[in-house]
Design a protein around this ligand. Structure first.
Ligand code: LCS
Length: 397
């Protein structure tokens, strides 16, 4: 197919990365091979020297992985992308590529717990300094800058509090300061937000979530917007080795084909569920970007096409009430992760963000009573009935 970039996202999700496939196959075949034969000694030497393009070894690149990487780059309006073995492998690849000992990172305080921990432990061990700030506050970002700041890393909406950072405004700051802006776009997917279009330099996703969508693969991806960055990232990823394997790339590429349909239903269901929760007497507060009560609702409207499938809320009665509520659910599954077709619920303080200290969590507004819901694509009435049943089981508290 020619000119895939001119099509809409609904069409891109179906066709991107599926052109130029050998033997006329409609979907990319799985090249389940670790290595590729050279036609001659000279051919091998030419491939290694970069004088000729071609496949050498699957850690370096594989056609199934490449087809999938092309698809995500098209959807993010990026130059190229690099598929990794997990979202954390992608984040590590980003930090290892952009930073060296003595450099400083400004990171959203609302981030996935292990992102915070990676910076505070592994990256700190290698001499990288970090400040976690409320990146919805531009002044806080400005104040955090130091002479050695090299990267601003934001997650928007942030996990689990759904704090929203203004990508365009932050990118004006990072461009003026000549530092890289990295956006974790996991909570929305490129259907709802395209950070590269509004000033970000690098985008990452945990593929484990919406892009795959079926809770059966762990993966990550880094999207870059120029060839120089691509070469730098490819070298680092090749050395670290945290690549995605061909079979998982095939699965996520398959999942990608229904991304826009799934996202439509996630958004539809989540808006109804968030409204239901906001009006329920046993709920203390609800955070959902589509609700007017969300503190950054206007920024959400500006930079997001719709509000996504993630909701955070707190039940009256604190942690104990939350435990009883979660144990009384039937349809909503008690599990970490998010972005799959099934509705999942979890408790960040004891689960996804348990690796952070309570002090760090409270600074990031992750209260002990916060519950996070990843709204699936089931019938929304079934989801609401399940929530209502569990909430009514708490009348004795
Ligand atoms: N970025 C975000 C925003 C995430 O939510 C996660 C995982 C990652 C990066 C890391 O990706 P992974 O290595 O797991 O593919 N978030 C999870 C969560 O909230 N529950 O379980 C995993």
């Amino acid at each position: 197919m020619k000119n895939i970039n001119k099509f809409s996202d609904e069409t891109k999700t179906v066709h991107a990365g599926c052109s130029n496939i050998s033997e006329g196959s409609v979907v990319p075949p799985i090249y389940q091979t670790s290595t590729f034969k050279f036609q001659s000694a000279d051919h091998g030497a030419r491939l290694f020297s970069g004088k000729e393009q071609g496949y050498i070894y699957t850690r370096m690149l594989n056609p199934t992985v490449k087809a999938f990487e092309d698809a995500v780059a098209v959807l993010e309006n990026g130059h190229k992308s690099l598929a990794c073995g997990s979202g954390m492998a992608a984040i590590h690849t980003i930090f290892a590529t952009l930073l060296q000992s003595g450099d400083h990172v400004i990171c959203s305080e609302a981030v996935y717990g292990p992102t915070n921990t990676l910076l505070n432990t592994v990256m700190a061990k290698f001499g990288v300094e970090v400040d976690f700030v409320d990146t919805s506050n531009l002044n806080a970002i400005m104040h955090a800058f130091r002479d050695n700041t090299k990267v601003v890393y934001i997650e928007t909406p942030g996990n689990p509090t759904l704090v929203i950072s203004d990508i365009e405004k932050i990118s004006a700051i990072t461009k003026a300061k000549d530092v890289k802006l990295v956006v974790d776009n996991t909570f929305l997917s490129p259907i709802l937000q395209k950070p590269l279009d509004i000033g970000a330099d690098i985008v990452m996703h945990s593929l484990t979530k919406y892009l795959n969508g079926h809770a059966d693969v762990v993966g990550g991806i880094v999207v870059v917007n120029n060839e120089d960055d691509y070469q730098l990232f490819r070298k680092t990823l090749n050395q670290i080795g945290g690549v995605q394997d061909p079979f998982n790339s095939f699965l996520v590429h398959r999942g990608l084909k229904t991304l826009s349909l799934r996202i439509e239903r996630h958004c539809h269901n989540a808006m109804i569920v968030a409204t239901f929760l906001e009006n329920h007497k046993n709920i203390k507060w609800v955070r959902y970007p589509g609700l007017k009560s969300h503190p950054q609702h206007n920024i959400a409207k500006k930079q997001m096409k719709d509000s996504g499938g993630m909701i955070a809320f707190e039940i009256e009665g604190g942690l104990r009430a939350g435990e009883i509520f979660m144990d009384n659910l039937n349809l909503c599954q008690l599990a970490v992760s998010l972005g799959g077709v099934e509705t999942l619920i979890q408790h960040p303080a004891s689960m996804t963000h348990a690796s952070m200290s309570q002090k760090q969590r409270l600074k990031s507004n992750i209260t002990d009573g916060l519950v996070r819901l990843s709204v699936g694509i089931e019938n929304v009435d079934d989801i609401i009935n399940d929530l209502e049943n569990a909430l009514s089981s708490m009348h004795f508290i």
